[in-house]
Design a binder for this molecule. Sequence first.
Ligand SMILES: [Zn+2]
Ligand SMILES: [Zn+2]
Length: 114
Amino acid sequence: MTEPYRTGLAPCPNCGRELRIDAERLRCDGCGGTMLGYPEVRESLGIPREGRLVWVDGKLGRRKCPRCTAHMLVTCIRLTSTKVLSDLTLDRCETDGVWFDRNELSKLIAAPRS
Ligand SMILES: [Zn+2]
Ligand SMILES: [Zn+2]
């Protein structure tokens, strides 16, 4: 039998494959998903420590956090006081960070910030 959790992580919440640890990120080679901690999310978006990063949380979703296996919150990110990126629905663990499906992070980085 193969050991399914060699990394000590739960499988990809999207496709169920084993995740790969890449510095502070988790990556899935199967579907292209990635999980970032909150400091990394800020860094990727160019938001300073004191900058505005507001999560607009919905319900707990079906997906589980690969680090702690708690169900993740379905969430939207609000980058300014007025703009909610409601077209981009993400999954986040309050403790561990945010799961981005393939292309979601690049869409967020490219989103208008005014
Ligand atoms: Zn995957
Ligand atoms: Zn977690």
